[in-house]
Write a protein that binds this ligand. Structure first.
Ligand code: ATP
Ligand code: MG
Length: 446
């Protein structure tokens, strides 16, 4: 990267020279332009980070230069220099995206401070942008696979809340991908390079769970031969996923509430209070609101956790993702098992789509894995699928329509799904939908 580059555009050579001297001494690279046109040329060519633009210049003036710069090189920060009688224009410049303005004669300390702040601001903007790109790649690279409206909504929400430090509650049936969502939240946050720690709250009895979460001092209980750091400490600076949080005991719920409220806790058997900086993400396949009603989950804790909720929909409500997911798991497990399998027979694919998948994506993955191992041909057939799937009673096919979906999209979805059901037979689909077949052709063309 090297030192930041500042371009000074002013028709007064004395001012340019003095700004250059001051900023050079502060370790910046400085370029000069004697008018707006020369400044534009320099902007286009030479990696400028910050532009100092005089408002009054012959030819292209400061405001025009600002507008052009914002169009051509939007990532460059601009500070305008206003002389006597140009204050109104300076205000206008701020409205149009200048970061700051300085009045002449320039005061050295002022100049240096403004330049530093503008560059810091720019670095922040760039960092955010690269974070966003990383997240786009992550999602684009197919970590969380799916194109359905339902999964796109989840991904959009993940993208939106990942950068914040808010607690996130992820709800969804078993096997829907809650842990994957939690990881995406972590990866997309500024904590992405720090630890991601997961604790399964359902897997351990209460006392063990507490020592896992908070750690303990030597001698805290029988068998505590040495001090141990808890998961909260291990996750410092990063993200802690409390999985199956609906299964926490009342005592552990109270301790967790305290960490959430005050950010502090003690190791078991310790007197010293510890503080950590941890983003908490919790996941559960239970209905927490219901548990609250039944008195099995603390209401205050529920409200603490329920700042932002992400609902991961069951697979049967995003059946259009099934072929994509199946193909993905096919590739993964074919490679793992050194098998060459090209895909699925039509019958197998139709059954995969129709099956309701009570175990969601995890069940689908296991079914495909098994089929990859068993398949005798280069295509996975109905007989290669688990009996529960291949012999399932055909169920009525449904299309999940989120409330508020535009009507023409609803229509489009219904037509597509019906066509999938009729295996592309448009005459039959039209009959089922009660419309003329030429209407289907027309709608499809739209
Ligand atoms: N959209 C998806 N794209 C690719 N893989 C997925 C997707 N959703 C889930 N998986 C895979 O399915 C499996 C189950 O996902 P995960 O463990 O995240 O589910 P879960 O909701 O946490 O389940 P449980 O409630 O049982 O813990 C994992 O192997 C995961 O990688
Ligand atoms: Mg899980």
């Amino acid at each position: 990267m090297g030192e930041p580059t500042v371009l000074v555009a002013d028709d007064e050579i004395g001012l340019r020279e003095s700004v250059e001297r001051t900023l050079r001494r502060e370790g910046f690279r400085v370029l000069q332009a004697e008018d707006g046109q020369a400044a534009l040329d320099a902007l286009r060519q030479s990696g400028v980070d910050l532009l100092l633009a005089d408002l009054r210049m012959p030819g292209l003036d400061g405001l025009e230069l600002l507008r052009a710069a914002k169009l051509l090189t939007p990532e460059v920060e601009v500070i305008v220099l206003s002389g006597h009688g140009t204050v109104e224009e300076a205000v206008q410049a701020m409205k149009e995206g200048a970061y700051d303005f300085l009045t002449k004669p320039l005061e050295r300390a002022h100049l240096v401070r403004a330049v530093r702040q503008a560059l810091e601001h720019r670095a922040l903007v760039l960092e955010n942008r690269s974070l966003q790109r990383r997240l786009d790649e992550l999602v684009g690279a197919g970590e969380i696979i799916g194109e359905s409206a339902a999964i796109r909504q989840v991904l959009a929400l993940v993208k939106q809340v990942a950068p914040s430090a808010s607690t996130v509650l992820i709800q969804g049936e078993s096997g829907t991908g809650k842990e994957l969502v939690a990881r995406a939240l972590h990866e997309g946050s500024p904590r992405g390079g720090r630890p991601f720690i997961r604790v399964n709250c359902a897997a351990l009895p209460e006392t063990l769970l507490e020592s896992e979460l908070f750690g303990y001092e030597r001698g805290a209980f029988t068998g505590a031969a040495a001090r141990k750091e808890g998961r909260f400490e291990l996750a410092d600076g990063g993200t802690l996923l409390l999985d199956e949080v609906g299964d926490l005991s009342a005592v552990t719920q109270a301790k967790l509430l305290r960490v959430l409220q005050e950010g502090e806790f003690e190791r078991l058997g310790a007197t010293k209070t510890l503080r950590v900086d941890v983003r908490i993400v919790v996941a559960t396949n239970r209905d927490l609101a219901l548990l609250v009603k039944e008195g099995r989950f603390r209401e205050d804790l529920y409200y603490r956790l329920n700042v932002i909720t992400i609902e991961v929909p069951p697979l049967r409500e995003r059946a259009e993702d099934i072929p994509l997911l199946a193909q993905h798991f096919l590739c993964v497990h074919a490679a793992k098992n050194h098998r060459t399998i090209d895909g699925f027979t039509e019958a197998a694919l139709a059954r995969l789509r129709a099956y309701p998948w009570p175990g969601n994506v995890r069940e689908l993955e296991h079914a495909v894995e098994r089929a990859v191992v068993l398949a005798r041909g280069s295509l996975i057939d109905l007989a290669d699928l688990p009996p529960a799937v291949s012999q399932a009673e055909p169920v009525a096919r449904v299309v999940a329509i989120p409330l508020g979906m535009p009507l023409d999209e609803v229509e489009q979805r219904l037509i597509e799904e019906t066509l999938a059901l009729t295996k592309g037979n448009k005459e039959l689909a039209a009959k089922l939908l009660g419309i003329a077949s030429r209407t289907i052709y027309r709608k499809l063309k739209e």
